[in-house]
Structures are given as C-alpha cells and as structure tokens.
Design a protein around this ligand. Structure first.
Ligand code: 4NP
Length: 162
C-alpha cells in the first residue's frame, strides 16, 4: 500500500532528493534537522542525488557559504546517489523537482514508498519545484535557504497535524 499519505507518528524517516546532492537536498536536510529538533520532533533524515557526478564530494562551496550565513553547517555532508532500497528504508522520498521525481519513479519499480514532490508535500502553495541554484549566482543560493526554511516549516506543520 502506498504510504506517502499516511503519517507514521513515531520516528518517521524522510529522504530528500535532488540531482547532485551538493546543493538543494543537503540544505533541506540540514534545515530539517535543526528545525525538527527545535520543534521536538524525532525524525530520521537523509539526502541523496539521482546523479552520480558528485558522489563522495562535499556540498557546493556556494551552498556551504549561504547555509553558513543562515547558521546551518553543511561541512560534514558527503554526496551519495539514490539506491533502490532507499524506497524501503525511508517512509517518504521527496524530490526537489519534477525531473528528479520522474527518475525516482522509474527507479522504484513498485517496491517501497511512493516518491513525492517536497514543496507540495509540505503544503507550500508555490513554487511546486525547488529551483536549482547550481547555474545561478549567490543570490540564488540565499533564496534557496529561505525556500528550504519555508518548506521545512510546512513539513513540520504537516507532521504535527497528523
Ligand atoms: P543539486 O544541484 O541537484 O541541488 O545538488 C546541482 C548540482 C550539480 C549539478 C546540477 C545541479 N551538475 O550539473 O553537476
């Protein structure tokens, strides 16, 4: 049975997924880690990418900087690629955009959690896709931090309402 419409209250697990796992998903993971702890929610959190180009590398230096300005430490992050058993290990597998959601759907093969889109899942009305800051400027990375915070606040509200 698809479980992405059911909220498991005790220690649910959420995996955030982007393309490279060096910008958006590690940022969202760090913001969620901090804000969920502050909210008293116990969660197992992770992040990964659908691509393999950056596996083993740290977060993009521009993302590290923008996150650090807002008080989030991404220094220990190392990129990894999604695995088919992630759909079994995690209650929710949340993609940052539609392309990555399509990739996740093709990898899942009807086993484990159905992937969803992070921002709509968190109840953020718009945008529905988390813009990729990789090819943009420093301002885009700062906007990513603000959007990650909005998304995580929505995620916490959804978990609390369950
Ligand atoms: P992310 O950003 O998916 O948010 O980690 C990107 C990182 C790397 C690339 C694209 C997006 N890349 O083309 O290498």
């Amino acid at each position: 049975m698809p479980n992405n419409y059911m909220i498991k209250k005790d220690n649910p697990s959420i995996l955030f997924v982007c393309l490279g796992n060096i910008c958006r998903s590690p940022l969202v993971e760090a913001v969620a880690r901090r804000r969920c702890t502050q909210a008293g929610l116990q969660l197992t959190l992770g992040s990964c990418g659908t691509g393999n180009w950056h596996v083993g590398k740290g977060a993009d230096p521009r993302m590290l900087r923008a996150a650090a300005e807002a008080g989030y430490d991404l220094a220990s992050h190392r990129a990894r690629q999604v695995r088919s058993d992630d759909f079994v290990a995690y209650d929710w597998v949340l993609a940052m955009d539609g392309d990555n959601l399509d990739t996740l759907r093709s990898l899942r093969r009807d086993r484990g959690s159905e992937p969803g889109l992070f921002l709509p899942w968190a109840g953020v009305p718009s945008p529905s896709e988390f813009p990729d800051p990789y090819f943009g400027d420093a301002d885009g990375f700062r906007q990513s931090v603000a959007l990650a915070e909005r998304g995580v606040d929505g995620l916490i509200a959804r978990l609390r309402a369950a």
